[in-house]
Design a protein around this ligand. Structure first.
Ligand code: SF4
Length: 88
């Protein structure tokens, strides 16, 4: 299992910031209190973003998975190389 793509579903996100606590190098909250992904070139949006586009693209799949699992509303979606959803 390799994580290739990440997406924050803004409709599901309630701004609980668990993802920020869990992986602050990847997630932060925007002005609407929704989770966004910190990407190269100062880009910040809810995605989808490829893992390689992340500012911290070196984050381990395990840590990304833990961050996704920490989200109380399961708003963080993870996809593998075949573009198959692997979480939630
Ligand atoms: S943990 Fe989930 S609900 Fe909380 S900010 Fe992150 S994506 Fe949104």
């Amino acid at each position: 299992m390799a994580i290739k793509k990440i997406l924050v579903n803004r409709d599901l996100c309630i701004g609980a910031a668990s993802c920020v606590v869990s992986a602050g190098s990847v997630f932060e909250l925007d002005s609407e209190n929704k989770g966004v992904l910190k990407q190269h070139g100062g880009v910040k949006n809810s995605g989808p973003a490829k893992k390689m586009q992340l500012e911290n693209s070196a984050i381990s799949d395990e840590d990304l998975m833990l961050a996704a699992q920490s989200c109380p509303t399961k708003a963080i979606f993870l996809y593998n190389e075949a573009d198959k959803q692997i979480y939630p």
